[in-house]
Write a protein that binds this ligand. Sequence first.
Ligand code: AMP
Ligand code: TRP
Length: 337
Amino acid sequence: MNTSTPSRVFSGVQPTGNLHLGNYLGAIRKFVDLQHEYECLYCIVDLHAITVWQDPAALRDQTLEIAAAYLAAGIDADKAIIFHQSAVSAHAELAWIFNCVARMGWLNRMTQFKDKAGKDKERASVGLFVYPNLMAADILAYRATHVPVGEDQKQHLELARDIATKFNNDFEAEDFFPLPEPLIKGAGARVMSLRDGTAKMSKSDPSDLSRIGMMDDADMIAKKIKKAKTDPEPLPDSLDGLNDRPEAKNLVGIYAALSGVTEEAVLAEFGGQGFGAFKPALADLAVEKVAPIAEEMRRLRNDPGYLEGVLGAGAQKADAIAAPILKEVKKVVGFLG
Ligand code: AMP
Ligand code: TRP
């Protein structure tokens, strides 16, 4: 890896609606902390969103919703660059070049494609198949070195590293692209569904009760936690006792992530108590942490002009970084200037 490359953080969230607590704990909350340490770019990946059908009016709305979520969570638009992917053409251009670097076999191994395409792969968009190449382009268009994401994106990050390595080798351009490091570890990297502790909390789950929405009000949050699936046993005293109890493990994990303490500490406090005592405590904590963000998101959503201004200014700053890098890429590949 090119050690002279300064540290730069890149991450993205798809504007596909139903932003949830998993997105917050696994990604957005980390974005907020990192902006103080690194130069950060936080993208709203609308090109990725259209790999599955998006209603155009809803897509515009959801793009502004993610911008509102970034700001409401505490990302400072003067510190970090917030923008939407389609506004910076380098993403799509570099993705095409990466379509010609990545191998079919690599993409065939991507589990997210298999999950999202479902049984009928013939009907999936071609964009969904090459989705990880676009993600690699997002990161490498800025020569980003660190990528905060939830656990589900690990395989895509590994592919981005493979693409960077192959590009550097093929074009004998040693260290041209850095190998981006995932920042995944820590509480909240994999938040599970409230209805099924073995499935991840997801925007596309048909049951709204499966996720705590970042726009949910206090009553809704409390109701969803009350209805969350559990087992009849009291909470154990130690982590081992959570093995084979996925729903209990998930709720303890959410409590730990929201309160900033370890799961052991949560069990030290609640071990021996039943869910009748634990759920109300978790609901209070979730309301305390999520409701103010939801309120600020609603306020910002009423000012679309402001949000569009933030994204427009961010896109200009992002373009200023990516354009010269793309120019170098084109030269290396052999395109005439
Ligand atoms: P997406 O909603 O797919 O655009 O994801 C945006 C970010 O949230 C990515 O960094 C994901 O890894 C993260 N994320 C999505 N679902 C979860 C989850 N259930 N737990 C933790 N992180 C998640
Ligand atoms: N694929 C990511 C997700 O669904 C979103 C994403 C797109 C992303 N481009 C990225 C994340 C670049 C990190 C870096 O969650």
